[in-house]
Design a protein around this ligand. Sequence first.
Ligand code: HEC
Ligand code: HEC
Ligand code: HEC
Ligand code: HEC
Ligand code: HEC
Length: 215
Amino acid sequence: MNPIFPRSADKILRASLVAVLLALAVGISFATWLFHPNRTEVGYAPKQPVAYSHKLHAGDLGMDCRYCHYTVEFAAVAAPPPTEICMNCHKQVGVNSAALAPVRESYAKGTPIPWVRVHRLPDFVYFNHSAHVNAGVSCVTCHGRVDQMIEVKQVEPLHMAWCLDCHRNPAPKIRPVELVTKMDWMPDRDPAEIGKEIIQAKGISPPTDCSGCHR
Ligand code: HEC
Ligand code: HEC
Ligand code: HEC
Ligand code: HEC
Ligand code: HEC
């Protein structure tokens, strides 16, 4: 007797069960995250313990992002710099400045400055800076003109649709890797053409399946 359902139905059933369970798990953590008091959104710019300005340091003084965020090229996390980096200059510059008092104290006591996180994805999402930076996605694409910000502010929604929009069509957002921290770079021809060449040369292919970002 022929079975009512072909053998393959069992496989499909199993696969959809896994998908449903994954979506359920992610959905529940999402609901928890939604009500989290420190959830971040576009425009979020929390008060920081030191009046540090990116406009001054990265803009006017022209410091490269990687001087301070030196993990960004080889680690998942970009992390704010340790106080020692600040003191490379501030042992000589602004030694009497009141604004720098918490920095000197942090250095003397060996306790980190309690910087407040601006961008934060929910725990059920996997993100990796080095994968993006080494593929030629610039900081400016996801964080905006930080070199013009006195206080860092979130400018992109960082939600799933935003990630997927780029993952499905990354070409216009890919540039030569040596220009990733050049915030004011202007392409001299169609950026999608430049991106397409780099994507082909490097075999870049961002994940669009659920398990790519929900591991
Ligand atoms: C002199 C050191 C220094 C340089 C140079 C620097 N930053 Fe930062 N950055 C910091 C510190 C300190 C913080 C934490 C305080 C804050 O958010 O303002 C920070 C925070 C950030 C944040 C927010 C992180 C979060 O909590 O979500 C982003 C985004 C960022 N920097 C991007 C950049 C980019 C892009 C550049 C280059 C244009 C750059 N930074 C250059 C020191 C630096
Ligand atoms: C490459 C050198 C350099 C580094 C590294 C550096 N700064 Fe500065 N910073 C300066 C200069 C130059 C000024 C301007 C001083 C002035 O105008 O008197 C300044 C000014 C400041 C001021 C304002 C001081 C005032 O009196 O208004 C703060 C606050 C500050 N920096 C914090 C930091 C922090 C925090 C870090 C580390 C994350 C850092 N800086 C890293 C060079 C540096
Ligand atoms: C593809 C988008 C994207 C690019 C490109 C990108 N960032 Fe981020 N950045 C994010 C997201 C998303 C977060 C929040 C990560 C989290 O919560 O796990 C973040 C967080 C940060 C943080 C806070 C610490 C951390 O790692 O969570 C810093 C600092 C930062 N980025 C700096 C930079 C700098 C500097 C560059 C360029 C060299 C850069 N980012 C490029 C999306 C991006
Ligand atoms: C502007 C374009 C862009 C945006 C926005 C973007 N990505 Fe990506 N993503 C890429 C590119 C390009 C790669 C590199 C793919 C490769 O090298 O094959 C990548 C790779 C990844 C990878 C694979 C990394 C690895 O280690 O395997 C993950 C996971 C990922 N992105 C998650 C995210 C998440 C989560 C967001 C949103 C918060 C996001 N991305 C936003 C372009 C983007
Ligand atoms: C490119 C990265 C990426 C991929 C691929 C991805 N997600 Fe997400 N997902 C996210 C991010 C980032 C969030 C954070 C919440 C938000 O959207 O604001 C999220 C949130 C969710 C949520 C919470 C509710 C919601 O919609 O915001 C569910 C459920 C979810 N994802 C399921 C899935 C499923 C099922 C797939 C496969 C079809 C998938 N995701 C593929 C990045 C991704």
